[in-house]
Design a protein around this ligand. Structure first.
Ligand code: SF4
Length: 186
C-alpha cells in the first residue's frame, strides 16, 4: 500500500455566485479584516472550534472565512479576500488538523496562523456527538479557546500558534502524527 505525502481531491466547478458572499468578501477585503476559519468537524471538537471562531469574529478586525468557497469557488470574493489577507487564522478541532493540512497548500505559511483547539482544553476525547456536552458548557469551553487564540495572536511568543506557522514553513514539527496528543501548537 502506498503512502503519499500529498493527495488531491477533485471537485466540480461552478458558475454560481453567492450574492451575500460577494458583498461580504469584497467588504472584508476592503476593510482588511483577518479571516478566521475552523475545521467545521461534526463532532464536539469541531463544534468547539466552530464556536470559538465565531467568538473571535465578534472582535474588531476579524471576520468569518468560508473554507467551502475558498477551496471550491476560487474566483469568489470570499476566496480572493482570504487569499489576499496578510494573516489568516485557522482553528482546527484536534490534532488531526484536517483544515490545516489543506490550507497550508493554499496559503503561505507565514500568513497562516494555526491552532489545535483540543490542545488547549484537552477534554471530551471519549465523546463524539456535540450535544452530549451541555450547550452552556460548550460555549464556555469555546470562549476559553477564543481567548487563548486572541492572546496568542497578541503575544506570539506566549503559546505557540505563530511558532507553529513558522515550524510548518520550515518543514518542521507542526504536523504531528495522529495520536500524538497535543498536536499542532500544543
Ligand atoms: S481536525 Fe479533528 S475535529 Fe476537525 S474535522 Fe478533523 S478530526 Fe474533526
Amino acid at each position: 500500500m502506498s503512502c503519499d505525502n500529498k493527495q488531491a481531491a477533485e471537485f466540480s466547478t461552478t458558475n454560481g455566485v453567492c450574492p451575500i458572499g460577494e458583498l461580504t468578501g469584497t467588504r472584508n477585503l476592503a476593510e482588511a479584516k483577518i479571516p478566521v476559519l475552523s475545521c467545521e468537524g461534526a463532532c464536539i471538537r469541531g463544534e468547539i472550534a466552530r464556536l470559538a471562531a465565531n467568538c473571535i469574529t465578534r472582535e474588531p478586525g476579524f471576520a468569518r472565512g468560508c473554507h467551502g468557497e475558498l477551496i471550491t469557488v476560487p474566483q469568489s470574493a470570499i476566496a480572493q479576500w482570504i487569499k489576499q489577507s496578510k494573516k489568516v487564522v485557522l482553528i482546527d478541532g484536534c490534532f488531526l488538523r484536517c483544515h490545516g493540512r489543506i490550507l497550508e497548500n493554499l496559503i503561505d505559511a507565514d500568513r497562516l496562523v494555526q491552532f489545535d483547539a483540543l490542545s488547549h482544553y484537552n477534554r471530551y476525547t471519549d465523546i463524539f456527538d456535540y450535544d452530549d456536552v451541555p450547550e452552556e458548557e460548550r460555549r464556555e469551553v469555546a470562549r476559553s479557546v477564543a481567548d487563548w487564540v486572541l492572546n496568542s495572536l497578541e503575544n506570539p511568543c506566549s503559546q505557540g500558534a505563530t511558532a507553529c506557522g513558522q515550524a510548518a514553513a520550515q518543514g518542521g514539527s507542526c504536523g504531528q502524527a495522529p495520536g500524538q496528543g497535543a498536536g499542532c501548537c500544543g
